[in-house]
Design a protein around this ligand. Structure first.
Ligand SMILES: Nc1ncnc2c1ncn2[C@@H]1O[C@H](COP(=O)(O)OP(=O)(O)OP(=O)(O)O)[C@@H](O)[C@H]1O
Ligand SMILES: [Mg+2]
Length: 260
C-alpha cells in the first residue's frame, strides 16, 4: 500500500533484526513520583502487542514517550533502528488517543486530511491517499458528514483512518475502543485485525480490558503498579479470529487476570 519509501533501518546489534521497538532501561519520574522504572523489552515488527496494568502504572506515559510527546529521564529506545532524538522527519508512528480528538468543525474527510497536513505530498497524491483510507475503514458514504452526525463507532473509524493515512509502520493506541459498546468494540476489533493483515504494521495498544488484550494481541506485557515495570510478557499462542466462546481463550483470559 502507498508510495512513500520507508527509511532504511539501522538495527543495533544486540537485538534481533525483527525488533521494531527496542527499549533499554527506560525510566520516567514526574517530580518525586516514579512512574516508569527500567522498562526493558522489545516489540517485534508486525506484531500486535498489548500493555495491561492497573490505573496509574504508567501505560499512557509509556506511549507518550514512544510517540515523542514526552521525554524519558533515563534509558533509551530505538524505533526502526533510530534512536529517540533522531526522529525529526520520521513520521511513521501514528498515535490514537483514548478520546477520538476529532475536530468538530471539520468533516470526516478533513479530519482524516489532518493526519497528512505536515507532509510534502502533492495535492493529488494527498487526495488519493485520503480517499483510499476512508474506503478502507468503510466510511466512503460519510466522507462529507460532520463528527456530530456520525455514531461512536464511526468516529472511532475516522480516528483510525486519520492514523492510517500516514501509512504508519507503528500504530500506538491508548484504550482506543474503551468508550464503545460491546458490539461496536468487537466490530472494531475485527476491523483492526483486517487492517493489520493488510498493512503488516506493528500495533501497540494499552487496554484495561483483559479480554481485548487476549482477543487481539500476539503478546501482552503486564505492567506492575507504580512505578511501572514490566512484570511479565505473556505469549498468546492462539489462532485468529479468536472467539470468546473458545475454551482456550477463556483460559488465557483467566491467566492474564491473575497476573495484573
Ligand atoms: N504530566 C504529568 N505530570 C505529573 N504527573 C503525571 C503526568 N502524567 C501522568 N502523571 C502521573 O503518572 C502516573 C502514571 O500516569 P499514566 O497516565 O501514565 O497511568 P496509566 O497507567 O495510563 O493509568 P490509566 O490506566 O488510569 O490510564 C499517575 O500517577 C499520574 O498521576
Ligand atoms: Mg492511561
Amino acid at each position: 500500500m502507498g508510495s512513500v519509501a520507508y527509511l532504511e533501518p539501522v538495527y543495533s546489534t544486540d537485538f534481533a533484526r525483527s525488533n521494531i521497538i527496542e527499549l533499554k532501561s527506560l525510566s520516567k519520574n514526574f517530580g518525586e513520583l516514579k512512574v516508569l522504572e527500567n522498562i526493558d523489552f522489545a516489540i517485534r515488527a508486525g506484531e500486535i502487542f498489548a500493555i495491561i496494568g492497573t490505573s496509574g502504572s504508567g501505560k499512557s506515559t509509556f506511549l507518550n514517550i514512544i510517540s515523542g510527546l514526552l521525554e524519558q529521564d533515563s534509558g533509551s529506545f530505538r524505533i526502526s533502528g533510530k534512536a529517540s532524538g533522531q526522529f525529526s522527519g520520521w513520521k511513521r508512528i501514528a498515535y490514537m488517543f483514548q478520546e477520538d480528538r476529532l475536530l468538530p468543525w471539520r468533516t470526516v474527510r478533513d479530519n482524516v486530511a489532518f493526519g497528512l497536513e505536515n507532509t510534502s505530498l502533492g495535492k493529488q497524491a494527498k487526495k488519493a491517499r485520503i480517499d483510499e483510507v476512508i474506503d478502507l475503514v468503510g466510511l466512503h458514504e460519510f466522507a462529507d458528514y460532520w463528527p456530530h452526525q456520525i455514531s461512536g463507532g464511526m468516529r472511532s473509524r475516522v480516528a483510525l483512518a486519520r492514523s492510517l493515512v500516514i501509512e504508519p509502520e507503528v500504530l500506538l493506541m491508548d484504550e482506543p475502543f474503551s468508550k464503545l459498546d460491546a458490539q461496536t468494540r468487537s466490530q472494531m476489533h475485527g476491523e483492526l485485525l483486517r487492517l493489520h493483515d493488510l498493512t503488516g504494521m506493528t500495533v501497540v495498544f494499552v487496554t484495561h480490558d483483559v479480554e481485548e488484550a487476549a482477543v487481539l494481541a500476539d503478546r501482552v506485557a503486564v505492567f506492575s503498579s507504580r512505578p511501572g515495570r514490566v512484570k511479565e510478557i505473556v505469549d498468546v499462542n492462539l489462532d485468529r479470529p479468536r472467539l470468546l466462546t473458545d475454551a482456550h481463550l477463556s483460559e488465557q483470559i483467566r491467566t492474564l487476570r491473575k497476573k495484573i
